[in-house]
Design a protein around this ligand. Structure first.
Ligand code: SF4
Ligand code: SF4
Length: 362
């Protein structure tokens, strides 16, 4: 296993992290615990969960798994999250989480899922930062972190608070161009950089031909090549894989065994090839993002990317609503002024795409 420093915290974490959001059999506690033990035996020491994963069951299973790791003397850090913002709600949530996880403190605690700045400002107004600072002073939280889907430079508004020691964000071989600017902001602050969704929600292994540019040998699997790609970014602290089964854990540990870091120049060449392979994909550059109708075009084009990669209508709608927290009907407010298409670096047919997205029936 390879370990990297988590920002300026003085903690060293494994480059492969355990994500607790995809257990195939959450009610089979033995199987879930066995997965955590196998990962820890393989050197994984970063375990990430959340209260909404399986409606607190993931945190409960983590409690059992962490107890087993302690019993076996296997080291770990635990990370979890909150959507809550008011002081009494956050305190109540953390007390419940400590109980479920069976730990005296949470190592990495995240303000969860900031998708837009208005949402962030509301949560801040309600006092989420103040209460987390207090809980840290009390020793219940060791490091305050944030999980964000903000793209472009918007994330700077969060990071200028100076309170966050790490950021959980989406970055993968599929969407790295969309996320590069946000990643640069995280890099500039030398924060812990934890990557979620490394396989693009399964799209990368489902489309190995599209992601062949990642492979360092013809026989390499899509999962292995996608993880190697991320590990090649020396400033990604850890990459969370949401494991479903024990064989997923074995596959990711095997990818560690075969990992031979590429040079920065070799990585840049791989990224360059992606531009050719992913034709028609919105790169998230943001040059179009000045719509007079206030349509968040890069977010809708990200949803269209899912369609290009084979997602069905339901999955595209879910991307719009759940991931980006917007309504598909907003796309229907386009008045076809053409400004965005004129600005688009990839010459995409944005107006048609928005029309099709607005027409998807739920
Ligand atoms: S064409 Fe539509 S989406 Fe593009 S800038 Fe004009 S109104 Fe906005
Ligand atoms: S300008 Fe084009 S490629 Fe860039 S974010 Fe907008 S739609 Fe995507």
């Amino acid at each position: 296993m390879i370990y990297r420093p988590y920002g300026k915290t003085g903690r060293d974490v494994s480059i492969l992290g355990f994500g607790g959001m995809r257990f195939a059999e959450i009610d089979n506690k033995e199987k879930c615990v066995a997965m955590m033990v196998r990962a820890a035996e393989g050197g994984v020491n970063y375990f990430d969960t959340a209260p909404a994963y399986f409606d607190i069951k993931s945190e409960q299973v983590f409690g059992l798994g962490l107890a087993e790791l302690r019993r076996r003397g296997l080291p770990y850090f635990v990370a979890t999250k909150t959507f809550k913002s008011r002081a009494e709600d956050v305190r109540g949530e953390i007390e419940a989480q400590l109980g479920r996880l069976g730990v005296p403190a949470i190592d990495f605690y995240h303000i969860w899922c900031i998708t837009d700045l208005a949402n962030w400002r509301k949560r801040k107004e309600k006092g989420v930062l103040d209460i987390l600072r207090k809980l840290k002073e009390e020793g219940l939280v060791k490091h305050i972190c944030v999980s964000s889907h903000l793209i472009g430079g918007e994330i700077n508004e969060l990071l200028m608070e100076g309170v966050f020691e790490g950021v959980l964000f989406g970055y993968s071989a599929y969407n790295f161009k969309t996320r590069e600017q946000a990643f640069n902001a995280i890099r500039a602050k030398a924060l812990g950089a934890v990557v979620m969704n490394p396989l693009g929600g399964g799209l990368i292994p489902q489309h190995p031909e599209l992601f062949g540019f990642l492979k360092s040998s013809p026989k390499q699997s899509a999962v292995s090549s996608a993880l190697h790609f991320l590990w090649d970014h020396q400033d990604i602290t850890t990459t969370l894989v949401g494991f479903s089964t024990l064989s997923d854990v074995e596959e990711a540990l095997a990818a560690i065994e075969t990992y031979l870091p590429r040079s920065a120049a070799a990585l840049a060449a791989v990224k360059e090839k992606a531009g050719v392979s992913l034709e028609g994909i919105c790169t998230g550059c943001g040059y179009c993002d000045d719509c007079p109708q206030g349509i968040p075009i890069p977010k809708f084009m990200d949803a269209w990317n899912q369609k290009i990669l084979g997602a069905d209508s339901a999955a595209v709608l879910e991307r719009i609503r759940m991931h980006w927290s917007i309504e598909a009907k907003k796309a229907g407010e386009c008045v076809a002024c053409g400004a965005c298409e004129a600005a688009c670096t990839q010459h995409l047919d944005i107006i048609n795409r928005l029309g099709a997205l607005a027409a998807i029936k739920s």
